[in-house]
Write a protein that binds this ligand. Structure first.
Ligand code: FA5
Length: 352
């Protein structure tokens, strides 16, 4: 026993001290190749593959150690030694890459099979937002008039005195100015009190025939109550062409109300006064049995306004109205207080 140990350790010592021959290297490379193949055959996952890589190619790996023995070979043997070592290194690296891809593919297939969707399961409910009721009503009004051939126009919310009042036949000291109690920005600019100034802007920039609607925000120093808000929305309508009469205006309004509300509503025309229309009217609507609510002011465009914008009142006539969007929404859904539209109470808004 003792003898054997002495012999064995001598052999080891010798092998350490003596430089390796090429034949020995070739044998070791073959052994290593066999060991690598056996190790690779056992690998089934990415972790084991990485462990094998470290064992063979890592800093202290089998092949790395063999590679470091290259310098012990005499220069004329080194190219051959290098070639067989590098050949093995390439083989191992390539095998690692291929195995890696194989493992990834298998993992992917396993996940695809495991995570199959069951389309028969009930879906998850997610709360969805929707358009504000006033926006819904505005879009619907626009849609009805666009189908009738009207364009949608717009104008500034900060208006000047001229467009908001003067050009609409309301001179500075006219008592009608008090009806539209205004928010002034400076001496000559204010937040528009109605959408009628857009009539002026459109007529000044186009020749007749003109057929537009203009939805927009308006501002008045009105005390808030169930049917009034200091900020509210109107839709202006203007049609100027040869031969238009009050009968056409009445037909348009009736047709619009019929399309918007459908059955179950009543409409009432009555005389009114606006400096920019003559004659003028107001329109009330009610749900069957409910209270009347004023929805708009309307009338035939005053000849003075047509002249102001450069149209010839002998040639063309026109009509216009200003409709309250909030009031339309209130009538449609039976809402009794206009202020509900601006409070952003989700319990209210989620009903539309
Ligand atoms: C006007 O504003 C005129 N420019 C309408 C007009 C246009 C007449 C074209 C002739 C030709 P009035 O002030 O009546 O008119 O307002 C029209 C509509 O706007 C009202 O019927 C109402 O529906 C709505 N409205 C007016 N003031 C408020 C307010 N403070 N809050 C909510 N809606 C309002």
């Amino acid at each position: 026993m003792r003898e054997w140990r002495v012999v064995w350790s001598r052999a080891v010592l010798l092998s350490i001290m003596q430089p390796m021959t090429l034949a020995e290297l070739e044998r070791k490379v073959e052994e290593l190749r066999a060991a690598w193949r056996a190790a690779l055959a056992e690998v089934t996952d990415a972790e084991a593959l990485e462990a094998a890589r470290i064992r063979f190619l890592g800093r202290k790996g089998h092949l790395t150690r063999l590679l470091s023995s290259l310098k012990e070979f005499p220069p004329q043997e080194r190219p051959h030694a290098g070639r067989i070592l590098n050949q093995l290194k390439r083989e191992i690296s390539q095998a690692i890459e291929e195995k890696g891809r194989e493992i990834e593919q298998r993992e992917w297939e396993r996940r695809l099979a495991a995570e199959r969707y069951d389309f028969t399961l009930p879906g998850k409910w997610r709360p969805l937002g929707h358009l504000h009721p006033l926006t819904q009503v505005r879009l619907e009004i626009e849609d009805i008039f666009m189908r009738m051939g009207f364009d949608v126009a717009s104008g500034p919310e900060v208006e000047d005195d001229y467009h908001n009042f003067e050009a609409l036949n309301i001179p500075e000291d006219h008592p009608a100015r008090d009806e539209w109690d205004s928010f002034y920005i400076d001496d000559t600019h204010l937040l528009r009190t109605h959408t009628s100034p857009v009539q002026i802007r459109v007529m000044k920039s186009r020749k007749p025939p003109v057929r537009i609607i203009c939805p927009g925000r308006c501002y008045r120093r009105d005390t808030p109550d169930a049917t009034h808000s200091p900020v509210f929305h109107q839709v202006e309508l203007l049609w100027v062409e040869r031969g238009l009469t009050m009968a056409h205006l009445k037909w348009i309004i009736e047709e619009f109300v019929r399309r918007f509300f459908g059955p179950g509503y009543e409409m009432r025309f009555s005389a009114d006064f606006f400096p920019f229309t003559e004659p003028s009217a107001q329109v009330h609507i009610r749900r069957e049995g409910g209270p009347w609510l004023e929805i708009m002011g309307a009338g035939m465009v005053d000849p003075a306004v047509l002249t102001e914008v450069g149209y010839d009142p002998e040639e063309v006539t026109g009509f216009a109205f200003g409709l309250g969007i909030e009031r339309m929404a209130m009538l449609r859904w039976g809402i009794e207080d206009i202020r509900l539209f601006y409070q952003n109470d989700i319990r209210f808004l989620s009903q539309f």
